[in-house]
Design a protein around this ligand. Structure first.
Ligand code: BV8
Ligand code: ZN
Length: 240
């Protein structure tokens, strides 16, 4: 299956954990929402961090460790190639924090849910690059104010960066009926990311989903649903 883009098509891609599955990064649905017997929402939430920062740092430290051993797959590469072809007619919003899109060469990327290899002080808030892992106490604290250092991740119950949401919203509005919205490897459960398809349709965009195991309601929400592995489907779809 190959898509043909009109010369004024504006493409917004939304990716979820599924695009990194073929790189060996476990998906959230794969964990069926549990990690070491904890609900993901519990370890990926401000309450979870204040209740047990050591547990939360173990959760992110394991993912940082594993993430350094994986590399982008043909799905990430196809998305980066599409961006090179379309330039400012392209935007990528990712829910993933693994950094694999950037490693594949994507530049027009909005990391909606934060970045695994960044940390920040709970008070000072300026994120900094951080590959460190924290499996044992003492947990990291801020040199300037003594506050707790936390992963630079948007947890459940936390707002997304307004500049990110504004940039996505403006792209959709400017594109109008020239918008092609493509969701890849996401179960469409977590909002506000999961609501982007509805916004795209409201502004007259065409909507596509590529997913290994599309949810039943996906067939009603998307104009086109392609069932398959993104690493195999995307290079063909983009004919790149
Ligand atoms: C917000 C960072 C408000 C963490 C993540 C009650 C209390 C509090 C909030 C809520 C609530 N009820 C609802 C909410 C809102 C909540 C929400 O939507 N909850 C859900 C569970 C109902 N949302 C939030 O809390 C958001 N914030 O609403 O704040 C607010 C507003 C203003 C001011 C203050 C507050 C924040 C959401 C962000 C949470 N952080 N990530 C981390 O990564 O550690 S979300 C996390 O889970 C991931 O980032 C990802 O986004 C999500 C999992 O979704 P997917 O990426 O889709 O992954 P999944 O495994 O589910 O699916 C994988 C798919 O791939 C599958 O479909 C599979 O078939 C497919 N697949 C597999 N292999 C392949 C493949 N496809 C193709 N090829 C393959 N090879
Ligand atoms: Zn500080």
């Amino acid at each position: 299956m190959q898509w043909t883009l009109s010369e004024n098509a504006q493409v917004l891609v939304l990716t979820g954990a599924g695009v990194s599955a073929e790189s060996g990064v476990p998906t959230f649905r794969g964990m069926d929402g549990l990690w070491e017997g904890h609900a993901v929402q519990q370890v990926a939430s401000p309450e979870g961090f204040y209740a047990d920062p050591a547990l939360v740092w173990r959760f992110y430290s394991l993912r940082r460790e594993a993430g350094l051993k994986v590399k982008p797959n043909p799905g990430h590469e196809a998305i980066a190639a599409l961006e090179r072809q379309l330039g400012d007619r392209f935007l990528l919003a990712t829910q993933n924090v693994d950094g694999l899109h950037q490693a594949a060469g994507s530049e027009r990327v909005i990391p909606m849910h934060g970045e695994l290899y960044k940390s920040r002080c709970e008070h000072c808030e300026t994120p900094f690059y951080d590959e460190s892992t924290y499996f044992e106490p003492p947990l990291p604290t801020c040199d300037d104010c003594g506050g707790k250092i936390r992963p630079h991740i948007v947890w459940f119950g936390e707002g997304l960066e307004s500049s990110h949401l504004t940039r996505i919203d403006q792209f959709i509005r400017k594109a109008g009926k020239n918008l092609v919205f493509l969701a890849v490897g996401t179960s469409g459960v977590v909002y506000p990311a999961a609501g982007l398809v509805d916004v795209a349709r409201r502004f007259g965009g065409k909507t596509w989903l590529v997913d290994l195991d599309p949810a039943r309601e996906a067939y009603a929400r998307y104009d086109h649903v392609i069932k398959g592995k993104s690493g195999e489907v995307l290079p063909k779809l983009f004919a790149i």
